[in-house]
Design a protein around this ligand. Structure first.
Ligand code: AMP
Length: 307
């Protein structure tokens, strides 16, 4: 039984008010794999890269327990490239460039060895590609989680809606939830989005935490107040990696355990933003994760007697 992760593997170029990166390794699938491998292994990865993607990056993922049998390498093509610039608040950003390259005609092939998939994390990627992976699995996974972004709402809405109807959990940020639903109130937006298919909805609000919706229930997890945020890129994907990683490790998909999973995702995301790219995620140990989870417990722990 295993966790299958689908998502972009990319080169990113990032500008923040505090610095600028060269072309560095990024991609939703990359962040998810680095993060989730702290909780469960192997991670069975599905993605595509060009001949320009460094072999040592692939080797580093393999060493981390990430199975790359489902990652296609198109020798004569270029890896997906994304570039973004953050505003002063570090919460909002503009996409400066998106070059799909190998993603343009990507047709994922699910290897036979991935058919034991119990947990499926559909990281941000072409919605039709996400759906193709669901359709290739002979048995429906126990839980399918989908992440997406405004870009796909603009260029592939029909496909996105079809994929959405097949998943259990959707993760989006607050502006994407508003765009998808046409509602400003996040509570109304959540009700509309859950009517499109997913039984659970996670709305990420950057430094203002995350909300989990299921039927009439709502749970809120704060983000850890940090002294310095260096680069928010990948925070959402890292959050997703922590969320699904925790669920896959515990094999418990109850609403209560999803609350814990949201805290784990938030703790992991708080590490991700401390350095550019995936750098911080590569450094942290189980002890670091444990200590940050404790900080979360302290952050929200209080006694109150009502009535
Ligand atoms: P996040 O900051 O969590 O929203 O994710 C940022 C990552 O998403 C970057 O590493 C990008 O390479 C990747 N990304 C950006 N745009 C897209 C897209 N249209 N499709 C797939 N991945 C993308």
């Amino acid at each position: 039984m295993s966790l299958v992760v689908v998502g972009s593997m990319a080169f990113d170029a990032i500008e923040t008010p505090f610095g600028k990166s060269d072309k560095i390794i990024g991609g939703a699938g990359t962040y998810i794999a680095w993060c989730a491998s702290n909780f469960t292994q192997p991670i069975k990865q599905i993605s595509v890269v060009g001949g320009d993607f460094p072999q040592e990056e692939l080797d580093a993922l393999t060493a981390r327990g990430v199975n790359l049998e489902g990652v296609q390498i198109k020798k004569d093509e270029k890896t997906f490239f994304w570039s973004g610039r953050y505003h002063l608040d570090m919460n909002s950003r503009d996409t400066l460039d998106t070059q799909l390259n190998v993603l343009e005609n990507f047709q994922p092939v699910v290897p036979e060895s991935y058919q034991d998939c119990e947990f499926l994390m559909l990281g941000n990627l072409v919605p039709a590609v996400q759906r193709s992976v669901i359709e290739q699995l002979k048995n429906r996974p126990k839980l399918i989680v989908m992440d997406t972004m405004n870009f796909w709402m603009e260029v592939a809405l029909d496909d996105l809606l079809k994929t959405l109807a097949m998943v259990d959990v959707l993760m989006v940020n607050d502006s994407e939830a508003r765009q998808l639903s046409g509602e400003h109130s996040l509570v109304k937006a959540a009700a509309k989005i859950m009517a499109m298919g997913p039984k659970y909805l996670v709305i990420k609000k950057g430094e203002h935490g995350a909300l989990l919706f299921h039927e009439k229930q709502i749970f809120f997890a704060p983000a850890l107040p940090l002294e310095d945020v260096f680069d928010p890129t990948g925070a959402g994907d890292t959050f997703a990696g922590g969320f699904i990683g925790h669920l896959a490790r515990t094999k418990d998909i109850s609403f209560d355990n999803m609350k814990t999973a949201i805290i784990v995702g938030s703790a992991m995301a708080s590490y991700c933003v401390e350095k550019f790219g995936t750098q911080r995620l590569r450094e942290i140990s189980d002890v670091d994760i444990e200590s940050r989870l404790n900080e979360f417990v302290q952050l929200v722990n209080f006694d109150i007697s009502v009535g």
